[in-house]
Design a protein around this ligand. Sequence first.
Ligand SMILES: [Mn+2]
Length: 331
Amino acid sequence: MTGSSELSKKKRMEILRKIAEEVRGGYRFLISTHVNPEGDAIGSVLALGLALKNMGKEVEILNQDPTPGNLTFLPGAGQITHQAPESGEFDVTFALDCGSKARLGEEFSRVRTIGKVINIDHHVSNSFFGDVNLVDPMASSTAEILFDLLGIIPVRMSSAVAENIYVGILTDTGSFHYSNTSPKTFAVARACLLAGVEPWKVAEKVYENQPLARLRLLSMVLGTLGGDGDGRVNYIVVTQKMMEESGASPDMTEDFINYPRSLEGSEVALLFRELSPKKYRVSLRSRGKVDVSRIAEEFQGGGHPNAAGCTVEGSLSEVKARILERVQAAF
Ligand SMILES: [Mn+2]
């Protein structure tokens, strides 16, 4: 057990109070998240950013990578910058949903003065790189933790803030499908609805608004479906060639792993995405029998017991063989 998984209610509240104090005392805030951001990353930076602005704070949101197309509807999304700001001097910097400082990206490292770093995350593999660290692996999402922070500061949750929190929760729980969905998760979602969020509208924008390129890519990727022979481990592959032929962007592959994951009898699902000819991003999902974060960590990656990722160098057949061997040994 790491210290983080034993985070007690009391300790959690202490840290939240400390962060609320930093918020009240600071004036210029930088907010950032990991490279290749998804729903929880985007929802979290926007929810906190909008809330701080509502308090009259000066806020800069820096995400190195672009916002996925299906999330650009989120309130405040137009205010995200992708390059280190020229006059980069901040009292406090929030790193949200990000396991390590390196995952904040190159642009982040160019900011002149980041001030005190507050690290809020729910990844068990978080490296506690902040001056203040709130890592709560029991939370469904970083957005769920931010909901508590806003209540303690306190700052009213506007409908715009609520929509961002709701999307963070919705996407990180796979629409409330995954095991990280708790009574607390639904309580926070309920509060978001009471603040004005309309779930059907959000679901339509997030899930039923896909570009044709994504479906074209998916049809190619499903053709690569393979397994270990007994049905427990199933994988798919995304190559650079498929990306080019379909015209899709990497963020469109985000949910593809749910296809091998959803197969009958599937315990571990894998997605191999070619980054360059001898380098692959590997996403791992488990239904609970195998702790895939341990496997990812062996390859300098990380994540949760049921959802993790790592980057592995080698040809596709080498990378596949190394990962499959490791996964099979974990049963
Ligand atoms: Mn998250």
